[in-house]
Write a protein that binds this ligand. Structure first.
Ligand code: NAP
Ligand code: LUD
Length: 281
């Protein structure tokens, strides 16, 4: 069975739109600021999609596009202004940033209360210690996709391939919070295929086109493909060799149309959550 991320995203966005409307009736419009530095073509597409998605659900969105040469100091100043801007509930700085800018420093400058990406160490710490906070959108998307298939995570063997701060680690923590037995793999993992074959739930977040072939997958597993890899001129493929794995997996997400659309949906969700917190303050 293919898990349709696009259809799920549409459904969730309709629910979010209703809640945005309810907030607006109380006089509060959720607001998101997206900062894009430089001209990375993929980032431009994602930022445009985020902006469009905000419009679709009634969230105010402000796009701040800065030239490649922008200094760290200038970015920190803009974030400081956004931290203090009452119209803005969420601040997102699209990654990757140009080489001369330290992403950790930029992330640290975002107020944890407006950190809708969930990248700030305070929010990462909250995820790790079981508190409420903002959690990264792609990992939240992965959890929603698994739940949409009616799969109960509790007690299952979950294997995550990749340990980045934006996908691998936080998705592992979300799975652990929901009582999966979690194994985290990376480039130094020995016998990766053997480890992956233990998985009831396999999450691939590597960035290597179609690396996860059917011999990495147990019959009946749930396979979530986070990878976005551009091959050739226009084609986008995941980290999973979809055509051969789909016959072995019980559930699988496609690329495109899987995790991507749900990632943006969870950004809308985090922004709504932030605005709701503003109302209850
Ligand atoms: P990343 O920071 O490059 O991390 C990749 C991880 O994969 C690292 O932990 C690395 O291990 C591991 N790895 C690399 N080669 C490996 C191998 N041969 N065997 C086992 N592990 C290996 O990437 P990321 O930011 O997490 O993104 C991963 C993929 O997801 C990319 O394709 C990205 O475009 C995509 N992505 C999609 C979305 C979405 O919304 N759909 C969101 C974010 C990212 P080491 O730590 O040992 O180097
Ligand atoms: N930076 C992200 N950088 C890149 N795919 C995304 C993404 C939507 N600060 C910050 O949004 O959360 C972030 N926060 N990221 N990403 C990747 C990562 C960031 C990737 C893909 C998509 C967001 C998306 O919509 C579609 C799909 O999979 O169907 C289209 C795929 C395509 O490019 O054709």
């Amino acid at each position: 069975m293919i898990i349709d991320g696009k259809a799920l995203a549409k459904e969730k966005r309709a629910e979010i739109a209703k809640q945005v409307e309810a907030l607006k009736e109380k006089g509060v419009t959720p607001g998101l600021a997206v900062v894009l530095v430089g001209e990375d073509p993929a980032s431009q597409i994602y930022v445009r999609n985020k902006h469009k998605a905000c419009e679709e659900v009634g969230i105010y969105s402000r796009k701040i596009t800065l030239p490649e040469e922008t200094t760290e100091e200038e970015i920190l100043k803009i974030i400081d202004e956004l931290n203090n801007d009452p119209e803005i509930d969420g601040i997102l700085v699209q990654l990757p940033l140009p080489k001369h800018i330290d992403p950790d420093k930029v992330i640290l400058s975002i107020s944890p209360d407006k950190d809708v990406d969930g990248f700030h160490p305070v929010n990462a710490g909250r995820l790790l210690t079981g508190q409420d906070g903002f959690f990264p959108c792609t990992p939240l998307a992965v959890m929603e996709l698994i739940k949409s298939a009616g799969v109960d995570v509790s007690g299952k063997e979950a294997v995550v391939v990749g340990r980045s701060n934006i996908v691998g680690k936080p998705v592992s923590m979300l799975l652990l919070r929901e009582n999966a037995t979690v194994t985290i793999c990376h480039s130094k993992t020995k016998d990766l295929a053997d480890v992956c074959r233990r998985a009831d739930i396999l999450v691939a977040a590597v960035g290597r086109p179609e690396m996860i072939t059917s011999d990495y997958v147990k019959e009946g597993a749930v396979v979530i493909d986070v990878g976005i890899n551009r091959v050739g001129e226009k084609k986008v493929v995941g980290d999973v060799a979809f055509d051969e794995v789909k016959d072995k997996a019980a559930y699988i997400t496609p690329v495109p149309g899987g995790v991507g659309p749900m990632t943006i949906t969870m950004l809308l969700y985090n922004t709504l959550l932030s605005a709701q917190k503003r109302v209850s303050k």
